[in-house]
Design a protein around this ligand. Structure first.
Ligand SMILES: [Zn+2]
Ligand SMILES: [Zn+2]
Length: 329
């Protein structure tokens, strides 16, 4: 038996658990580790028995709790090399100094050195540091509270915010195995370093998870075939997005070929090319600003038309705020 639990999905966090009798994996860690553990326990999934965390891409709603979850439960993380690097970049505090600030710090440094030399203190143990706290640079002030400043090389794992106990790099298109679950990552069109969706195969079942899709590219359509359970994005209603509160640039981003999938785009696929073979179609990453669960649901159900029934294409809605009831295949 394979068990699939969408712990939550949307722009504020994404996380799904897939487990067999032997293996338990988490897809994305987009809530705080505490919240993920809470939702896992609520759903009867034990974090103590986690075998892997798989990451689709480095956006915050997919990695928020990654480092804490991986460290706390000592779980290996699977990601592409580019996603791992982009995540490292995102989580490592950086400081940037403007040229004028750098010039000012040099001026102060020189003045201080001159002063101490004149006072016969040139061997003073306290060397002036460029960008010290006396210079008002917001980024530096913020970074000063962090364990790492000025890209310092971490001396121990606990000093490094990007430290993970174990990382495995995979490549889109190349399958690998975690316990008795076979994982095939595939490239998706989205504005991240190297975003992927996943096909998971276990005990004769095929589960496909694809969210954060600008459009349904041919390779994605290929991987969606023969699914027993589909977790697929139904992000926005195009009209609600157009008339909604987002700034113009964000609207353009969401609507673009590397943004998010609309109810209409998914509906079009479900009505035409979709093979109709899944028992469950879970609509995910539903926008809270630019969509309504009822709109997403009715759009998908209309598209599936006569193909829904007790045994096939049951449409379920993943929520941002609570886990969806576990599905057993
Ligand atoms: Zn994303
Ligand atoms: Zn997302």
């Amino acid at each position: 038996m394979v068990r699939v639990t969408v712990l939550g999905s949307g722009s504020k966090g994404n996380c799904t658990v897939v487990s067999t009798g032997r293996t338990r994996i988490v897809l994305d860690a987009g809530f705080s580790a505490k919240e993920i553990v809470k939702r896992m326990r609520l759903s009867g999934e034990e974090p103590e028995k986690l075998n892997a965390i798989l990451i689709t891409h480095e956006h915050q709603d997919h990695v928020q709790g990654l480092s804490v979850l991986a460290r706390r439960w000592n779980v290996p993380v699977y990601a592409t090399q580019a996603t791992h690097a982009a995540w490292r970049e995102w989580i490592t505090p950086r400081t940037r100094m403007s040229f004028s600030a750098w010039l000012e710090s040099r001026r102060q440094q020189t003045a201080e050195l001159l002063q101490s030399a004149m006072a016969g203190e040139s061997d003073s143990a306290v060397a002036p540091v460029p960008g010290d706290a006396s210079i008002e640079i917001p980024a530096l002030a913020a970074a000063a509270q962090e364990p790492q400043v000025l890209d310092a090389v971490a001396s121990s794992p606990s000093d490094d915010p990007a430290y993970l106990p174990c990382v495995e790099h995979f490549h889109a298109g190349i399958p690998f195995e975690i316990g008795d679950i076979r994982v095939t990552p595939f490239t998706i069109p989205h504005d991240a370093a190297d975003p992927v969706g996943f096909v998971l195969q276990a005990e004769g079942m095929r589960i496909v998870v694809a969210t954060d899709l600008g459009y349904l590219a041919p390779n994605v359509r290929m991987h969606l075939q023969r699914a027993d359970l589909l977790v697929i994005e139904s992000n926005h209603d195009v009209e609600m997005l157009r008339d909604g509160p987002y700034p113009w640039v964000v609207k353009q981003r969401v609507l673009s070929r590397v943004g998010h999938l609309s109810n209409d785009a998914l509906g079009e696929y479900l009505a035409s090319e979709y093979d109709g073979g899944a028992r469950y179609v879970i609509l995910a990453h539903i926008s809270e600003s630019n969509n309504l669960p009822e709109l997403a649901q009715s759009s998908a159900e209309r598209a599936l038309d006569g193909r829904m029934g007790l045994l096939g294409n049951k449409v379920l809605l993943a929520s941002q705020h609570e886990p969806l009831e576990s599905i057993q295949l």
